[in-house]
Design a protein around this ligand. Sequence first.
Ligand code: ZN
Length: 76
Amino acid sequence: MTNPKQYDKLDIVEMRKPHACQTNRWEIIRMGMDIRIKCQNCGHIVTMTRRDFEKKMKRVLVQNQPKVNPEETQRK
Ligand SMILES: [Zn+2]
């Protein structure tokens, strides 16, 4: 459950190396064959393969959507 390598679209992640602008906050804007991340400071976009991304990503800072069963959240 607490696997730091668990990530999803719109999560904010930290990479092993900060961007050239010294910011180390990236938003995942596309998940597919390739992963596309956007620097939260300067808006620079980087595309890399999923394999590359998993190698370069350090941790998830902000998880956009907690992994819960949708039926659970609808129940009141
Ligand atoms: Zn940047």
